[in-house]
Design a protein. Structure first.
Length: 312
């Protein structure tokens, strides 16, 4: 048994497909299959049920994979301790970002981070929140930038900023500032289910999932919803950072909510047993340094809209 075999097991658990796991490990599929088979023979346990597609861990395999993740996490900790002895920041940082943040936040800090830390290999994954939380639990990610609070005892949250929600509408409103009840829910374009931003908007507008607009179109992209408003009619809600990408003509369609403005809390989230503290702190500082002034100087006294509640 060796670390490489454990990494192959973890990759296979992450991708649930031999070909995809092999590609992620930069080896051929036969090589990965052979190495997994060897460790199964050595331990006398089948880790995966290969008769199902996608493959899934066996009951015994699932328990052993938990320990595999613990071992790999401790190896990462050892590497991090070694890196701390170096002057130059090096290593790999696996970062997850939700789709309603990535196109607006990443361009703000990513170029500067890459230039400042050229020896850091930053791997970025864009997925919905629940998928990223699962990846943090399983050790497939080092950190994720998410809307919080998550109320998850296994995860640690460091608030980065608070971001206001704004109205983007084809209609003109006589009022300078809007209330949630001013929005015609029959013309409201929403993201598809699974996006935390969708749930926040449902809570903000006090909508139920069964309430539908006249034309129902659920998108995975805020950019698509914005274009629907531009091309046809209706209204959608955007996060404040999205305003940086709008043209002057589009900015004329933006309305702010009345104070206290509804907003979301955005945090850097890690597993409580996370390692790579220096890399994570460098990332956090770089994000904070490149935030717009309006986000940097805002606190939670406004009106954070929760989307995930504690399980009692």
């Amino acid at each position: 048994m060796n670390l490489q075999q454990l990494e192959y097991l973890a990759a296979l658990d992450a991708h649930r497909h031999f070909g995809k796991a092999a590609a992620a490990c930069y080896v051929t599929q036969p090589t990965l299959s052979m190495m997994v088979h060897k460790i199964e023979e050595e331990l006398g346990v089948k880790f995966f049920d290969r008769s199902r597609q996608p493959i899934v861990p066996t009951e015994a395999g699932g328990r052993l994979l938990e320990q595999v993740r613990v071992i790999l996490r401790e190896v990462d900790r050892l590497r991090e301790m070694a890196h701390m002895e170096e002057q130059t920041l090096t290593g790999e940082l696996r970062l997850g970002v939700i789709p309603t943040l990535s196109p607006y936040l990443l361009p703000l800090f990513l170029p500067a981070f890459v230039e400042k830390y050229p020896s850091v290999h930053l791997k970025i994954t864009e997925r919905i929140t629940e998928t990223l939380i699962d990846s943090l639990h399983k050790g497939f990610l080092d950190a994720a930038i998410l809307a919080t609070p998550l109320h998850d005892p296994l995860l640690k949250e460091e608030v980065l900023f608070y971001e206001a929600f704004v109205v983007y509408s084809s209609h003109s409103y006589p009022k300078e500032y809007l209330l949630p009840e001013d929005i015609d829910v029959g013309e409201l374009w929403l993201l598809e289910e699974g996006h935390c931003f969708r749930t926040q908007i449902l809570h903000l507008c006090e909508l139920r999932e069964k309430q539908h607009p006249v034309v129902e179109y659920q998108s995975g992209s805020l950019e698509t919803l914005k274009q629907l408003v531009d091309a046809q009619h209706g209204v959608t809600i955007l996060p404040e950072l999205a305003l940086r990408t709008l043209t002057p003509e589009q900015l004329a369609k933006v309305k702010r909510f009345a104070a206290p403005e509804p907003m979301r809390e955005v945090s850097l989230v890690t597993h409580r047993q996370a390692v790579k503290e220096r890399l994570l702190e460098a990332l956090r500082q770089e994000i904070l340094a490149h935030l717009p002034e309006v986000c940097r100087n805002r606190d939670s006294v406004q009106r954070p809209v929760e989307w995930r509640y504690p399980v009692h």
